[in-house]
Design a protein. Sequence first.
Lengths: 307, 399, 625
Amino acid sequence: MPTTDDFDITETYLKFLEEDSEMTMPIAAIEALVTLVRVKNPTTAAEVINLIKSGAEVLVKSIPNSVSLRAGCDIFMRFVLRNLHLYGDWESTKQHLIENGQLFVSRAKLSREKIAEIGIDFVSDDDIILVHGYSRAVASLLTHAANRFIRFRCIVTEARPTSQGKQFYEFLQEKGIPVTLIVDSAVGLIIDKVNKVFVGAEGVAESGGIINRVGTYSVSVLAHNAKKPFYVVTESHKFVRMFPLAADDLPMDRKILDFSRIDSEASLLSGPTIDYTAQEYITALITDLGVLTPSAVSEELIKMWYD
Amino acid sequence: MSSQSMPSLVHNNNPHAVTEIEVSIDSFIAKLKRRQISGSYIIALETLQLLKRFISAVRWSNVNELIAQIRELGNRLEKANPTAFGCGNVIKRILAVLRDEIEEDMRESINAGSSTSASAANLNDRNSTIGNATQAEPLIASMFNLLQKPEQNSQDFYESKSKTKTDFRQVVIQAIKDLIDEIKNIDDGIQQIAIDLIHDHEILLTPTPESKTVLKFLIRARERANRTFTVLVTEGFPNNTQNAHDFAKKLAQHDIETIIIPDSAVFALMSRVGKVIIGTKTVFINGGSIVSSAGVSSVCECAREFKTPVFAVAGLYKLSPLYPFNVEKFVEFGGSQHILPRMDPRNRLDTINKITDYVPPENIDIYITNIGGFAPSFIYRIAWDNYKQIDVHLDGKQK
Amino acid sequence: MSEPVVEIKPSGENAPQVPADSNEKKLTNKELKELKKQEKAAKRSAKKQASGISVEQQQAQAQAKRDKKQHQREKQQQELQKKEQQQQKLLNNKNVKKTSLFSHLETTEERRATLLAIGSALNSPRAARITAAGLMVPVVASALSGAKVYTTSNLGNNIQAISESSNQANEGADTTLGNNVDLAKSLASISLENNEVSVVPGVSSIIPHALKKSLDTPELISNIKELLINKDFIHPVISSLTFNLAIYKIVGSIPRCIAMLEAFQIVIQDYKTPKGTTLSRNLTNYLSHQIDLLKRARPLSVTMGNAIRWLKQEISHIDPSTPDNEAKLDLCEKIGLFAKEKIELADQLIIENASNQIEDRSTIVTFGSSKVLTELILHNAKVLKKDLEIIVVDSRPLFEGKKMAAILRENGVKVIYTLITSLDTVFNMGVDYVFLGAHSILSNGFLYSRAGTAMIAMSAKRRNIPVLVCCESLKFSQRVQLDSVTYNELADPNDLVPIDYESPMERRSNKGILLKQFVKERHENTVRIAKENAPKGNKQQQQQQQKNKNAKDRHNKSDEANGKEVDAEQSENVLDDWQKLSSLNIVNILYDLTPPEYIKKVITEFGALPPSSVPVILREYKGSA
């Protein structure tokens, strides 16, 4: 049984994320696992499976917000298993994985471009688009639309407690897209003026619901109530085999409710950073596989896991 | 679409046949443009007939060229009348059959060459280029694209080895014949499923009196299954009233209790309606559909409000691989003369006269097609079974 | 259905030519065939004459032929009649066509039957009497449509069904014709438009039906009887108002109410208290007779009901010692005040209140036509100079919105006119408000208004567009109702038969067509009478008849050539013979019920309220009144 004592997968993972700001968590996880395989260089199929399994476990445990990277681990695991089963040819698979590590990264970026291409039809002139949280997929879609001279305006929420909204606001301003920043609690106030809502996703659950920045759920319910289309822009490698019924089922970095804490002001307001949005609030998912209805997500996952 | 672009593509081995087909294409396009031909059923059949003649007439040196030419034809037809989806749909289906055939042929030729795992892996790559990603290989989930081996540029790589040109032509002609058969026999398949969906003494409402499928199905339910039921028919004023009256009369003549109601009375009566039946013109990939009678979307909205089930009947050929991004682009509008025949010339009023209508997927409960009943959320799957992603837009270049 | 039908049939008509099952065919086909036949006959005779056969010989030949044909015809006529009888039975079973859904509501036919009976009774009192067989109303306008016998044997049966012979009726027609006033004439004209026979609210056809029906619906016939007994009390103003209401000349609950109040003012002025009673006691009773007749035109609107209730209360408050003249003057004044306060001033308050709602540069959707809404929009556009875009949604068959759109357009307001089928598009155009008029608001907060209102309110609600209802408190009703089917008003299903763009009202008031039709009928009538006399051996007449026929042919042809589209349209509708298909029904309901959850706000003269506050206002209103 090889252990990870001389190789810290978590560190590798974090390093990947740090080095490339464009890299998403699932891709970083895949890259980390590839590195693990390369370093350990297992010789038998059983060894490989155990190695990846334990590596993924360590990774999931050590990273607080693990939904997204879990998707990466899942897909990697599945791919390795499938190839081993199908062809019984471990060597060529290993060779492929090790040699093409960088390719995966570029493909992931390519898939965002593909999303932008597919999703461009969803942005039309004179639209007012509400965006919650910072999503690279949404950013790439909006940039693409702006480059195509579609004239639209954006409303960005602050997205507390991570305050990614500010970051996204600056990004859009830089791109020359008319944008305004609002506090999260003002969504209900402006939802009637909005034409559509775009959000990214940390992970897409099997039901087609999404796990994303906290606040997404509230925005989606408000949009649903106001009969505004709510689109999720995400890469297909974020589909994850989970079926949460509510936010309770998610792996949380913090307790959802903590009545005991009475310490500093800052920690008073820092609850969990993700929530779960059920599929009935989602109009469509714009992915690199095309525009999917939430039910199509489950099909993709089924195809991957059962054959 | 200019009609001049075509001859350049067509090789001149048989100029006579080519010009002949060119003439019939032009006349068909002219008919489409002038909206002289209507009804998705007729459009689909006529497109297939035209395609059949086209296939026999055109000259091509390899299969990719044939595909390019069929696409070109499809593009011209689609441009002629962007709301006559029937043309595009059937052409895209024939293309899908052709692409499947190429794929199979390729697999055979590769298997004949070597049978190592490497070639199998190669095959996977090619699948992702030739076929559409979600469709291609049952074993390879599209999510794995991310981890696939580097793609080879297989577009030029392929050359038919085991099959000759005549084989492919045969395949296409056969596919066209099969599709014509399918379209002609669509009602039987639909009726068998649909009849089981209505019960005795039910009150049905249909806002699409122009649908032959609905008419045939209701009559059959009355005569074969011997159900007694009441049908409410909305008038669809102003463009569809004639049809509605004809429809109601035909039903009544078959001893079906029929009631004609004005469009405004739908809400008042919806509480008494057991099911709403609509015929469709086109079904989009999101499960929404275009119907050729204005006011249907309001009727379906009412039904949704009253939780009355709405079932739509649609032949498989009405499925379109398009996504209705901009509904207003697909909905047709007519002139004002049907709304205000006599207008004060000094104070002309602006009018809106919708001819077709878009029903969003959330207002439809189920689609009954000739191959079974499907929820709107599953329509995308049925569509990808029959179309290739690469052929969704015929105007773009082949990727 | 008795045999003599044959006799009324013109000899030129070849009945066997028409197969028994031709009921499904259009009448015009029959007519055309006939005309062709006649033409041929005329040609033949001309030929014969040319070939030297004398007129006498020819006539003898013709006579022989005719006799032979007559035989044949009688035979086939019997078969035909059998089938007809069966059909008639079918129809009788159903009485008047009613859908099971609305069988509890009074149909227009029933209403018209009553109205007609009374109308004719009012206008030709000497002819009306109650016989042992039941109600006997000589058919006033049988002369108008009696000629239709020519084309439809069915109608002939109906005439036969009256205990008097058709000949007598026809002869009497000329005299009764002179007595015709508006009511009968117009109602007759309504029937004239309907080329169909059996249950059409036609003059000659409906009465026997009403009679037959008496077995089934005793209350209806007793209604008629009662009204007939009291017919002497009915004021002419009321009968003309009744007629105007019945043909939708006056529509909308407020105009109807105003018209009624004005009529009452005249009635009260003309009223004379009989000896031995007082005004305060007898006037109410007298008015009740008027109201009974009014009710026959259309069910009373809520506004009318409220106004009547108020008026009766006022009358009962009159001090019996007041001199009649003074009391009458006082009442008329009060009626005027009532109308001013409850309608005119209320509208002003509503407009003031609603104007605060309307922002500059907004898009407003309205449905149909509403007096207060028209004024509101004009006020905002012209006085307050707001830049508004109005989308008028309209619906079959009354097309009330046309009028409103035209008025607004004339005043320079941006107007888009559309039909309810395009609703989806309308609400995608960035609509800010939906303003609706009301027929009535029920005490459970439901809005009772013209059919289609509920659909618009629902669509708007689903798109988060606020729905505002402008409504005088006069329209508040004590009634509660849960759905549109339980209480409603059935309009004439025949209004939906022609597929054109005219409202029934316009169609009816289109004098040219009616006149033409009338002339045609008269012409046919004379021809028919001539024909009837013909078999008695009057050769000259026969010749004349032939001439007439030819003339008519020519006349018809030139008519067709002129391309009178409306005429053609009217006779070529798919559903012209819908009554013959026992399983075909047309439902033309006038109102529907909008649940309160679709309505954001009700604007009344008491201010803006949520629909749930209607009963509160009702209590207040009752207290103040």
